[in-house]
Design a protein around this ligand. Structure first.
Ligand code: SF4
Ligand code: SF4
Ligand code: FES
Length: 407
């Protein structure tokens, strides 16, 4: 190829005198740049061999990949074990080298293989499939095999919620579960809750032979759950109430309520509307952020609430609270909190007497009489509700939905 280019260059140079002979001196001078134009061809001819050596390029790339990375990071790991029924914790720092592709799990394996073989953690697939490497990394539950070190040390990244922490990555076991050793939690309470929602299709009168696209997508989306426990670990309601069924179990329950083959949908909705069920969720959204598979458990919980109420399962504090809330806003444009508490808890409101007295003392209980709560633009608020009555929002299939069932 280089030889051909050289020949071309020589031809161009030999043509130059002919041009000078035919043209007057001035024109010949004007044609001089033509000779210059040929020159870049020569340069290109010199550069050509570089392009033509992909083998050399690959060798250089390989050598670069093999070169040890100069970047280092410190893993600050909360370790510990059970001693006489109590968990004794300590923090230990380990320094490791990493490159742009190193995951937190690979870092932990380096530590276990080269620095401290007693470091204990779970892992299996290394590919975000088995769910066993769930741990609390830089303030959020994540899969260690899906989390790259470079994303954790680089400060705040989109959707990563990483606090800038210099060159240190803080790692500890998942929350809301008893820790057995180092980064390993006891997963039995988590699985017990899944077992409690009867995780299989039951025979019954409500079986439907028709499978529509929406129900298929809803079942399919929740089926992506890999039982990693990240949502359970980050659930804020679980901190206050360890008996709460939790996001993963409720998402799974939604999967069965949505399954056309399920024969006992209403009974399921009744059970899920009881204490520790769908109404105990605070709708904080942490489970949606934490889930590495896009299951969006909170969206499933909201749909379960809606379906319960649409099925007439309303005789519970959660449903009464929602109905009272809606009625207050539609009527007065503002909440009447003392009355709403009474409607929600009924005779059980007496159990809140102590709290109520404290609030009265601090002047925090508003006047329950409606005429004291006039708000501006009330007619517009009422018009919105009238419009919603005529055109209700379909929470099952609304276009902007990103939760289970989103098409
Ligand atoms: S949205 Fe509900 S279920 Fe999800 S983390 Fe928050 S409280 Fe828990
Ligand atoms: S819903 Fe998501 S975060 Fe929760 S257990 Fe399943 S995969 Fe993990
Ligand atoms: S090792 Fe299987 S999900 Fe991380």
């Amino acid at each position: 190829m280089a030889t051909e280019t050289k020949k071309t260059a020589t031809k161009a140079t030999t043509k130059k005198p002919a041009a000078v002979k035919k043209a007057p001196a001035k024109k010949a001078a004007a044609k001089k740049p033509a000779v210059k134009k040929v020159a870049p061809k020569k340069v290109a001819a010199k550069a050509a061999p570089k392009k033509a050596s992909p083998v050399k390029k690959a060798a250089v790339k390989k050598a670069a990949a093999k070169a040890p990375s100069s970047k280092t990071v410190t893993f600050r790991i909360k370790r510990g074990e059970q001693v006489d029924g109590a968990f004794e914790a300590r923090h230990e720092d380990f320094k490791i080298k990493y490159d742009d592709s190193t995951t937190v799990l690979q870092g932990l394996e380096m530590i276990k293989g080269e620095q401290d073989g007693s470091l204990t953690f779970r892992r299996s697939c290394r590919a975000s499939i088995c769910g066993s490497c769930g741990m609390f990394i830089n303030n959020r539950s994540r899969l260690a095999c899906k989390t790259k070190i470079k994303d954790m040390v680089g400060g705040v990244k989109e959707n990563m919620n990483v606090p800038a922490s210099g060159n240190i990555i803080e790692i500890e076991a998942q929350k809301n579960q008893p820790v057995l050793k180092d980064l390993v939690v006891d997963i039995q309470p988590f699985y017990k809750k899944v077992e409690n929602i009867t995780p299989f299709v039951q025979e019954g009168a409500e079986t439907n032979a028709d499978v529509d696209k929406t129900s298929f997508e809803q079942v399919n989306m929740v089926s992506n759950c890999i039982m990693c426990g990240a949502c359970y670990s980050d659930c804020t309601a679980m901190v206050e109430n360890p008996d709460f069924l939790g996001p993963a179990a409720l998402a799974k329950a939604f999967r069965f309520v949505s399954d056309p083959r399920e024969g006992q949908k209403t009974d399921r909705l009744k059970e899920l509307s009881e204490k520790n069920g769908v109404w105990d969720c605070t709708r904080c959204g942490m489970c949606v952020d934490a889930c590495p598979k896009g299951v969006a458990p909170m969206e499933a919980i909201i749909k379960l609430r809606t379906r319960s109420m649409n099925s007439g399962v309303t005789n519970n504090p959660g449903a009464r609270h929602a109905m009272s809330f809606k009625k207050d806003i539609a009527t007065w444009g503002v909440l009447n909190e003392p009355v709403m508490l009474l409607k929600t808890l009924r005779h059980n409101v007496i159990k809140q007497a102590g709290n109520a007295l404290n609030l009265v003392r601090k002047g925090k209980i508003p006047n329950p009489l409606p005429f004291d709560h006039k708000v501006e633009g009330l007619n517009e608020v009422r018009d919105i509700f009238k419009e919603l009555e005529k055109n209700p929002i379909d929470v099952e299939t609304r276009a902007e939905d990103t939760g289970p069932g989103a098409g």
